[in-house]
Ligand binder design. Structure first.
Ligand SMILES: [Mg+2]
Length: 100
């Protein structure tokens, strides 16, 4: 049981309040930007980058990704709760990549 509807509603309400009517392609670009920020923190954590990981920042970046994911879902009227349930049905029947 998931409850993404409320989160999708919060994102829609915030966008309405701010008067944001972003193009879908711009939301995707912002998603890529946020994913890059997540990647940077992971690379820091694994030592690929010298700076220490900003753990608080990492949480923020992951959440930015979620916000934008809901924003894009709203744009296309995707019911993430419904899709989440469908995903588990798919995953339960999914074969491991190493099984042939
Ligand atoms: Mg960010």
């Amino acid at each position: 049981m998931s409850n993404f509807k409320e989160l999708q509603r919060q994102v829609a309400a915030y966008d309405d309040k701010m008067g944001w009517k972003d193009r879908s392609s711009h939301i995707v670009l912002h998603l890529q930007e946020e994913l890059g920020e997540v990647a940077r923190e992971v690379m820091r954590d694994e030592g690929y980058k010298k700076e220490p990981m900003d753990k608080a920042g990492f949480g923020q970046e992951i959440t930015d990704l979620l916000y934008l994911t809901f924003k894009l879902a709203n744009q296309y009227k995707v019911d993430v709760d419904e899709e989440w349930e469908k995903m588990w049905v798919r995953y339960k029947t999914k074969k491991s990549r190493i099984e042939v």
